[in-house]
Design a protein around this ligand. Structure first.
Ligand code: ZN
Ligand code: MN
Length: 483
């Protein structure tokens, strides 16, 4: 029997609150170590925690975006353990009454790695969630040559833990899950979810078993810090476990770490030393009545990436791929929305954004947020082309000038005398001149070789210095040559 993998992910997300979870200290990165601290986040005995309402609301909003239920009451518990970077030796977290339960993350095809988008095994799959709970982050240890320093600036930062069901069937699905989740978190404004900055941290539970059999021994890969590394680590671990089982080895429940340089996982500890955290309700914190803020939080639910994608396809006639590019980033989607609203052909606006604007931004090392061409200005340019006032090759020139100077399209067209010639009288004179210059091509055309007209057309364009409207040129030439 073949062995199949089962994967579940636990994701910790740093919330974008101004202050910490249980005290008023600022959440701030890059500050001088141990300068954003107080008796509460330093864990002094007797210091009393006070809940951060914004963190509760952001977690509830995440739950709404992911289709979770938000029970009427949630509560905080102490998870007891020896924490080298948490002097009170318990973490305040949520045990049996988390803020959100159920829900799921829809995996859209464009969230998969590019090389895997053509061979998706379960299109339209949604990975179910077990729960989302809220807790506090620990301090950050820094290891020096012969000592360790601890920075408490991070201690007490609100952390949201999103736990999936063991629903994920491949490294590619794990990748798609994280990309889709990251997009939604950014859309909701609850986190910047940058894995490299540690704002999103992922533990992967991987097991293998025969199809239909109970789940195999669960092995956890801790603290992954990039989405592509998650894909590699999970792929490696699946292969390692299958090879071990086939050799007759007995796998034990354990925790491993991924080393990206050697591309292997290494055992850190086995579950012989399983902890009993002795959870109990934190006596300093009352249970939370979520109805106090839920009505207001519901009004904050944004349109989600997949909803925008569907709307772009439906309302603007954009292809699903282009719609997914445009919806992948909220600021980009807003830009497209603004530009497409008054466009004659919104699809052409999408093409200009995807083919020209994004690459110009990349070259200029800018983002859509500091784009020198406003959405309205781009729309004006595209409308000039769609109306035939300028040709699309003139459009490229105008676009470049707009990008460099920020001037509006109409002004550049005027200054450079770029108007396309669409007057058929003027064009007819040029066509007659070109016909007179090209007896051979004309003869071939009349003998039935229709593409011979292209060289005549090329002459007309040259004579007009590129300004003749090519559609009008074709019409006039065909008319003249039919006579
Ligand atoms: Zn504090
Ligand atoms: Mn946790």
């Amino acid at each position: 029997m073949p062995l199949i993998p089962t994967i579940g992910l636990e994701v910790h997300v740093q919330l974008k609150t101004r202050s910490k979870m249980f005290c008023g200290c600022a959440v701030e990165f890059g500050a001088e170590p141990n300068t954003r601290v107080c008796p509460v986040c330093l864990g002094y005995p007797g210091a009393l925690p006070v809940m951060n309402r914004a963190a509760l609301e952001m977690t509830a909003l995440t739950g709404l975006m992911l289709g979770c239920a938000v029970p009427e009451v949630c509560k905080f518990d102490r998870k007891n353990y020896f924490y080298p970077d948490m002097p009170k030796n318990y973490q305040i977290t949520q045990y049996d009454q988390p803020l959100c339960v159920g829900g799921g993350v829809p995996l859209n095809e464009f969230a998969y790695p590019k090389d895997a988008q053509k061979s998706i095994v379960n299109p339209g799959k949604t990975v179910r969630l077990t729960r989302i709970h809220l807790e506090e982050d620990v301090a950050k240890s820094q290891h020096f040559e012969s000592s360790t320093g601890i920075d408490f600036n991070r201690a007490g930062t609100p952390l949201m833990e999103i736990v999936s069901e063991p629903d994920i069937a491949s490294p590619e699905e794990a990748f798609a899950y994280l990309i889709a989740l990251q997009q939604i978190l950014i859309y909701g404004g609850v986190s910047d979810a940058d894995m490299e900055k540690g704002q999103l941290r992922c533990d992967c539970n991987v097991s293998v078993a025969e199809p239909g059999a109970p789940l195999g021994v669960k092995i956890e890969i801790k603290n992954m810090n990039s989405i592509s590394a998650v894909r590699r680590a999970v792929a490696y671990e699946i292969e390692r476990q299958i090879a071990a089982v086939q050799k007759g080895e007995r796998l034990v429940q354990s925790t491993r770490r991924w080393d990206d340089d050697s591309a292997q996982t290494f055992e850190m500890r086995s579950k012989e030393s399983a902890h009993d955290y002795r959870y109990f309700p934190d006596p300093d914190l009352l249970p939370v009545d979520t109805s106090v803020f839920m009505d207001e939080v519901r009004t904050r639910r944004p349109e989600l990436p997949h909803e925008k994608r569907d709307r772009f396809v439906r309302d603007f006639g954009v292809t699903p791929y282009d719609a997914s590019v445009l919806a992948s980033e909220k600021a980009l989607a807003d830009y497209f929305d603004a530009a497409a609203k008054s466009a004659r052909k919104p699809k052409n606006v999408a093409n200009w954004i995807i083919n020209d604007l994004l690459s110009a931004l990349t070259t200029a090392e800018k983002t859509i947020v500091d784009c020198p061409i406003s959405a309205h200005a781009l729309d004006e340019l595209v409308n000039l082309i769609d109306a035939g006032t300028i040709s699309s090759s003139q459009g490229k020139e105008v676009f470049a000038a707009m990008f460099a100077t920020g001037a509006p399209a109409a002004q550049i067209v005027e200054e450079r005398g770029l108007k396309q010639e669409s007057d058929s009288g003027a064009i007819e004179a040029l066509c007659q001149q070109a016909i007179a210059n090209s007896p051979k091509a004309v003869a071939e055309y009349k003998a039935g070789k229709l593409q011979a007209i292209n060289s005549v057309k090329g002459q007309v364009m040259k004579l007009s210095q590129g300004k003749a409207n090519p559609v009008v040129v074709s019409q006039v030439l065909e008319k003249l040559l039919a006579e």
